[in-house]
Unconditional design. Structure first.
Length: 185
């Protein structure tokens, strides 16, 4: 999988990305907003196995590049019920708060809703994801810039590495709503 727009590329992760992904996943500052304040503690061998586990599937683990530099990662799962389940993060702090997140999400959603291979097997009608309740920046992007709607709160859904209960907010956007919001912006 590979999509490009201007200086942004989203592409399937390869084994060559293992060192960078492993570094991000083990960095507590990078992983804090996805609930791993101490990082994941994953070995390089486990990261390599993780990358290999995505090969040949509709669902993908991807690297985000801006101006040819790896700056983040995303993944998406495709379910047979017409729903896709993505997750993403810009891991390089120098690229946060610059509007890239909104563009990356729009690129990804347009791809998921229109990709012939995905939609010939599992026509996607909606995309569902969540974010940590503390991640106010993300909530602003989802609600104000993407046009997504909150569909629920996962109160104290799990306990993080530090023993703190963590809550999340569920979001959803349908295919028609997504394309209507793109026409307005």
């Amino acid at each position: 999988m590979r999509i490009e727009k201007d200086n942004i590329v989203i592409r399937s992760a390869t084994i060559e990305d293992a060192v960078q992904l492993n570094k991000w996943w083990n960095d507590g500052k990078v992983m804090e907003y996805v609930g791993f304040p101490n990082g994941t503690g994953e070995s390089l061998a486990d990261t390599e196995a993780n990358i290999k586990s995505w090969e040949g599937k509709l669902s993908q683990l991807c690297v985000i590049e801006i101006d040819g530099k790896a700056v983040g990662e995303l993944n998406y799962g495709i379910k047979g019920d017409g729903t896709a389940y993505p997750g993403w993060k810009i891991c390089d702090f120098d690229y946060q708060n610059k509007g890239y997140g909104t563009e990356i999400i729009k690129m990804l959603f347009e791809f998921i809703f229109t990709d012939e291979e995905i939609n010939s097997l599992h026509p996607i009608e909606k995309i569902v994801w969540d974010t940590m309740i503390e991640n106010k920046r993300a909530q602003h992007v989802y609600e104000k810039k993407i046009g997504a709607k909150r569909t629920g709160v996962l109160k104290d859904a799990w306990i993080d590495q530090l023993g703190n209960p963590r809550s999340g907010i569920l979001y959803e956007i349908g295919k028609e709503e997504f394309f209507a919001s793109c026409r307005r912006t």
